[in-house]
Ligand binder design. Sequence first.
Ligand code: SAM
Length: 243
Amino acid sequence: THFGYKTVDRDDKQKLVAEVFQSVAGKYDLMNDLMSMGVHRLWKRFTIEMSAARPGQKILDIAGGTGDLTAKFAKIVGDQGQVVLADINDAMLEVGRDKLTDAGVCGNVDYVQANAEDLPFTDNTFDCITIAFGLRNVTDKDKALRSMNRVLKPGGRLLVLEFSRTDNQLLSKLYDAYSFTALPLMGKLIADDAESYRYLAESIRMHPDQDTLEQMMKSAGFVQTGYHNMTGGIVALHKGIKP
Ligand code: SAM
């Protein structure tokens, strides 16, 4: 399939990612709940806990999509704080903005269309940056990590929530079977879009494992790096501090 993007070049990948999220935006939240059986809510809740966010802080939720993390951060940082929901995709941003506005989250949230590789913010701006299920879609991940490092304040923290590797063989087999059969099928039935969900499964398989991503974060300038596996390593939360 053309979704095996080892062989596709940079522009192709960016175009593909744009098409996928343009296509899934309207059904994104529903599919998230179904595909993860609701567990993505726990992964996100843990991410918020690990962020140590406090009132008054400035937070960037990059690849923020439909805004699950942004909504939680907005409550924590309050009127004196600010949350920027940034995403490369206008359809995802629109769904996010509508959802948060309907939920009464407003005043301290800004929406910015931006590429994680080239963040349009001045140096040393944010106390905390999160990227949840976004990094694997970014073409040049090293560049994106350096860009995040640049816009963090010294002492600020980056949290990367992403699919990773389980070292449990049985779980790994079950998970592969699930992601390459059930996911595209659900995509077909619910969103009438099997290809996008096949991309999802393949992008998960291609994403760097825990130790590789930690090394990438170090190379991008982060210190005190580490990660926490969830659901047997199917998902990992990586942390790094800007020195
Ligand atoms: N963070 C949200 C969540 O956890 O539910 C959304 C995750 S969604 C799977 C991935 C998001 O990454 C999409 O909204 C997509 O548009 C965005 N994205 C992909 N490539 C990007 C890039 N280079 N820069 C910024 N956002 C990007």
